[in-house]
Write a protein that binds this ligand. Structure first.
Ligand code: KG4
Ligand code: ZN
Length: 342
């Protein structure tokens, strides 16, 4: 048997409000993982302020990179490649990670690999268990809501996406209307578990057979419910409103995932993105798939749901193996589409 050498890839992620670096072995095993969150700095503005995000990334990126190398007890010479989030995301934020990766790649002569942020979120699951194909990923984050069909490693087909707000965005906007702090997702999730879904809210199923999503109508319905109540001097229990909103989001997300999994005959379903941290969604998805016992469901641990660089290194490993390379012309691409690796 030929001896295979281990592959170590450094991942760098700076697309939004987390400065993160991680080293992953063979695309599956986390050797070191560092995440510096900026949430505290953005909280008082009720959302991510792009200029503040960029400034924090500049301040943090070197520290985070030094820390990850120390944690791993490795030197740059031990690395096979550097994978960095090329897009989508905030352009000024992406640029910090891309430039750090380019500088390291150039200085140490290490191959550079650009990674799509959503491919990263999906590949967080490969750090939990081996992906099996065909695989269906439900991607739910602050900027994305998508059903992605994967026929093999590095192959991505978006079969459904949101027509307006992303699921996380809807959570954050509804939370803001309810006077909850940013990011609102975890607060609504917590409140939802204390209440009952007593308020009637719409479910956006869209036309028959569609795997697309829409959350803006639901968001407006929540806002209207609050307005009407305040005009009538009525008080709506926030925990019941949270529970009702969450029930609507989850029913549609899980319902469409189940339908698509059956229609495409997938072997595996994986959950990805920040909203994958939602307790209600995690439970509902797992329960729903007891109906399809042949489909294996992976729900990643909370630390791998929100933005991190281990997921970028994991997706980067597959891209690297497919021969994908970046060069010194690499740029942050805010609208980068998710395309399959050739
Ligand atoms: O993936 P992520 O860290 O950043 C993006 O790529 O967008 O996702 C952040 C989003 C935010 O909208 C946040 O409110 C949401 O994930 N989120 C949650 C929960 N934890 C984070 N949404 C619902 N329930 C949660 N427990
Ligand atoms: Zn993300």
């Amino acid at each position: 048997m030929s001896e295979q050498t281990d592959r170590f890839i450094l991942g760098i992620e700076t697309s939004c409000d987390e400065t993160a670096a991680s080293i992953v072995k063979n695309g599956k095993e986390i050797v070191a993982n560092v995440v510096a969150s900026q949430i505290e700095s953005h909280k008082r503005f009720g959302g991510v302020v792009p200029e503040i995000a960029s400034r924090h990334h500049v301040e943090q990126v070197t520290i985070v990179l030094e820390e990850v190398m120390t944690q791993a007890n490795m030197s740059f010479q031990d690395l096979d490649a550097i994978a960095v989030t090329e897009g989508p995301g905030l352009v000024g934020a992406l640029l910090i990670g891309v430039n750090a990766a380019k500088a390291l790649s150039f200085a140490h002569q290490i191959p550079l690999v650009g990674v799509h942020h959503i491919a990263g979120h999906i590949y967080a699951n490969q750090l939990v268990d081996e992906l099996q194909f065909p695989c269906l990923a439900l991607v739910v984050s602050g900027g994305h809501t998508e059903l992605v069909l994967m026929k093999e490693h590095g192959s991505f087909e978006v079969i459904g996406e949101t027509l307006d707000d992303a699921a996380g965005e809807a959570y954050d906007k509804v939370a803001r209307t309810m006077g909850l702090p940013y990011p609102g997702g975890p607060h609504i999730d917590r409140l939802a578990h204390e209440g009952e879904p007593t308020i009637k809210l719409p479910r956006a199923w869209l036309e028959e057979g569609s795997y697309h999503f829409s959350f803006s109508g639901l968001k407006s319905a929540v806002i209207n419910t609050l307005h009407n109540a305040s005009q009538k001097d009525e008080i709506i229990a926030p925990e019941n409103l949270a529970a009702s909103f969450q029930a609507s989001v989850i029913e549609v997300l899980v319902g469409k995932t189940l339908k698509a999994a059956e229609a495409y005959g997938v072997k595996q379903v994986v959950l990805a993105g920040g909203v994958a941290a939602n307790k209600g969604l995690r439970e509902a998805l797992t329960t729903a798939f007891t109906k399809l016992p042949d489909v294996k469901v992976i729900v990643p641990p909370l630390s791998l749901c929100t933005d991190n660089a281990a997921m970028i290194a994991a997706a980067g490993t597959i891209a690297f193996e497919r021969g994908i390379r970046g060069d010194m012309a690499m740029n942050g691409q805010p609208g980068l589409p998710l395309v399959s690796y050739e």
